[in-house]
Design a protein around this ligand. Sequence first.
Ligand SMILES: *Cc1c(COP(=O)(O)O)cnc(C)c1O
Length: 376
Amino acid sequence: MLIDTPAFIISEATLKTNLNTLAQLRKHAGCKVLYAMKALPCSHVLEMAKSFVDGFSVSSLFEAQLARDVLGKAGEVHLTTPSLIAQELYELTTLCTHINFNSLSHHELYAPIAKTQTQIGLRVNPKLSFLSDNRFDPCRPYSKLGVDIDTLWQSNLLEKKEINGLHFHTVFSAHDFTPLLKTIEKLRRYFGHQLAQLEWINFGGGYLFQYIDNYQPFIDLVTTLRKELKLDIYIEPGNAVVGNAANLVASVIDCFESEGKNIVILDTSVNHHPEVFEYQRILDMDLHDNMGKYAAIIAGGTCLAGDIFGEYRLRQPLHIGDKVTFHNVGAYSLIKAHRFNGHNLPHIYAQTSEGELRLLKHYGYQDYQQQWLMPT
Ligand SMILES: *Cc1c(COP(=O)(O)O)cnc(C)c1O
């Protein structure tokens, strides 16, 4: 089928495989699963996910509203954010079933109001760093994310039964459960029997369940905690739901040499996946071949000199009109995409399990105009 590029293509088969994996884990471990919708809040994904999960986890009022648009009255909505504000609190309590406060000051200010409507949790910073890049590390020094575990211990909030649950989220793209086991061990060492005062613990996201072979350590951990402490365990994966479930297809719009290197300009750009630029991430590309004889700098079409996907090796030179596909771009790409330079957002397609492509949404000048044309 002919597709208009740039195209963001969501694979329904991969999405279902990921959701099934999580549903199996939910069944075997007895944990609850929330989709962290900030990774890709597209309603098509939310609609598909909702029958596999217990609800969605959100980071803002807009996400909570969209979650309810899709869920209706059913299902759980858990909010975790450092950006809670008084003016939004009431509405959030009508949308969310659980609110995790990021600090003791927010807990003190807002828990008395929120607790009549929702479950109250606290995000704890267990101060165990598992990431070398501190831009991603919620346990970095002077972290703004969560209550310092020592401070929480001193506050005595667990003993006083001032919270219903604890939340932590400390890893990013983890391929095994070691960080989780160490974190729980530390929480147990600090709080011991006080954990049994809680109704739930939320392990956050950050684990790439689709790439983990052995779930047994996770299943054993959850089973033990549920049995010994009589509480519910939540996980809230984002990347593990959508990360490998979308591709970005682009067309080559120019090819030329610059000081002896081949430059290939695409009709997409880092506008459509800002983390490529922000974190200098190299995406998997279908035509890349380590043994390829040709090298080309694959670049986006904006005015930014660093709007480059990277230098890839190819078997054959590319030509205007050729297509390239970047894989595994489901998470944190489209949601961060913008229209810098007046470039349109990608067309969004779903690829059905039968392989058919269906256009879900396309944007046009009207959308750009609506954003930037101010009332006179
Ligand atoms: C981002 C985030 C998630 C989801 O993380 P993934 O790496 O996409 O699994 C879950 N919980 C919280 C609090 C987050 O900030």
